[in-house]
Structures are given as structure tokens and as C-alpha cells.
Write a protein that binds this ligand. Sequence first.
Ligand SMILES: *Cc1c(COP(=O)(O)O)cnc(C)c1O
Length: 367
Amino acid sequence: MSNAPRPRREILAISPYVGGESQLAGINRTIKLSSNEGPFGAPPGARAAYAALVPTMHLYPDGHASELRRAIGRRFGLEPERIVCGAGSDNLIYLLTLAYSGPGTEIIMSAHGFSIYGIAAQYAGARTLKAAERNLTADVDAMLALVSPATRIVFLANPNNPTGSMLTAEEVARLRAGLPEEVLLVVDAAYAEYVERSDYEPGMALVRSTNNTVMTRTFSKMFGMGGMRLGWAYAPPAVVDVLNRIREPFNVNAAAQAAGIAALAEPDWVEQGRAHNREWRTRLASLLSAAGIKVWPSEGNFLLADFSIEARARGADAALRARGIIVRGTRGYGLPQCLRITIGTAEECQAVADALAAFMAHEAANA
Ligand SMILES: *Cc1c(COP(=O)(O)O)cnc(C)c1O
């Protein structure tokens, strides 16, 4: 027996999260459409705020992110004292999982839900139960059917990554109403800024009207600040209290706080990003459909392209890579026949459409 330090047994069973790739060997100009980052970089004001912080880099940040929480509160009409900021929303998802689940308990998510929930649960020592979906959409009844006395948290990404599907406000409320009061419902609304359907609600109304629901949000997608690591949770006072006890005292760095405040103040950023996304999500979906590829409806800044069989998805991925385009394989999400494609700039969307149309034509010719 070795005497080397050993972590808890469940830690070594974790498969580390695999992010979207960013580089291809031998190609110096790549188009990265693998991580749902915004296509326009960060808002100009956020870049300036980041740069302005260089002279004070030696100072600790505000451990309570007070000004940032006030700015978020103003923007979304929320009470700052019910907001907790984190180093990305992943940070908050880990904290919630560690605080509310643990060995002998269970968390519930949907079959093709965001993978971080399962990883965080394993870290906490909890079991993950996955509810079957209908049409690649979370099924409230299937999720409720998995509830047991061991259930501690139900995670719902709304809209979901990588499928792009969403539940209406009514369905999310029905999920909440069907759960026991002691079960925490976490609504991960990372893509809320992109949704335009009037039957959608990102989760704040539900947080307000219950004492057991949390909404998480991020600056990594619409606000183009993935590299800064900034997210936030809107939660009932008791959950806020728990998060503030266990988070690291300076979990959000000074640059992220300053850039976040500036990003929220950027005029028309969200409106323009949403308009671009609406236009190109629609156009790319039609171009791919015209090429013979099934595209699932998406409310996010990405499309799930379905090639029916894994071999064809792999072939499409290889054809894209040959042209320097990186998208996201979804094998790890139980969807080996699909590829997730982020909505990039107009040129990037056109490049991906051209490459896939050529690939499908070649496939047809060789069938
Ligand atoms: C991108 C994403 C996040 C955001 O993660 P950050 O840690 O804030 O960068 C959270 N949930 C889902 C479903 C996502 O796709």
C-alpha cells in the first residue's frame, strides 16, 4: 500500500469537465464556435474598466462586490441583498451543490442537461439522477417522478445547453409546485438574455414567490466576458446567507467586478447582441436545413445540428476542422450524433454553413 495522500474516493471517479477546444494543430486562423462565447468580444466599456485597474492590481477587491450587486439590482429590478456574485456561475453551482447535497443524497437533472451539475454532485458525494427528456426538452413529470426522500437539489438549465430547448414559465412553476418544499430548485438561466419568447421567465419571479428557488446568471455569454469569470445568483435570504458563509472571501476579482459594472452600463449591448443572434440563428438554421441537416429549435446563442448517426457527425466535425472551424461534439451529453454550433459573426456563420453544405453534398455523392 502506498502512503501517498489520497482524496475522498468519489473525487477520483469524476471525469473532468471538457471545455470547447480553441486550437487546431497546423492552422493559425481558427474559427472558434465551441464555447458559446459572444461573437463581438467584451463591451468597450468593460475593456476600458479592466485596463483602468492595472495601477491598483495590488489591492484586494471588495469582498462583497457591493457596487456590482447594486448595478445588477438596478438593471434587473432586484434587491442587491439577495444577490451573490461568483467566479462564473459554475462557482455558484458548485457552492450550492456542496452546501445542500452530500453523501447519501441525490440531485436530479434532465438527461441532456448541463454537465457541470453532475460533476459538482460527484464532488459533493451525492448521486445524480437523470430524467428522460421529450424531444430533447426537459420533462417536468419525468423529473418529478425521480423525487425521493434523498432528493436535495433539482437543476434545470433554462434554456438548456447543449439542446437549446426551454421550458415555459408555467412549466417551471409546475416543476416547483410539484417538488417538496425542502428541495432546492436551481434555475440556470445562462442564456436568458437571448430568449425572446413571451412565455419565458428566467426564474426571478419564482425566486421572489418561493423560499426554495435560486436563479443563476452569467456574464460569460451575452456580455462576452467568459475569460473574466463572473456570474451571480438571485436567491432567498436563507440561501444567500449560506452562500456567503462558504464562498471564498474574495471569490470575484477586482477586474471582473469593474468590467461587470461597465458591461451592464453599455448602451444597447444586449439589444444588438440579441438582434444579431436572432438574425443569424435563423439564417444558419435555414442554411443547414437546406443542406439536409436536422436542426433543433434553439432559444440560445447556438444550434444543435443533428446528423442522425454518430459516424456522420464525426465526419462533419472532421470536415469543419479541415477548414479551421471548431464546434462542440456532444457525445458527453449522450448526443453522439449531434454537434453544437455557436452563433458567431456573419462571416463565421457563413463559413460553417458553406463547409457543412460541401460535406453533405460529398456524403450524398458517396452514398
Ligand atoms: C456557459 C454556461 C454557464 C456559465 O458558466 P460560467 O461559469 O458563468 O462561465 C452556466 N450554465 C450553462 C448551462 C452554460 O451553458
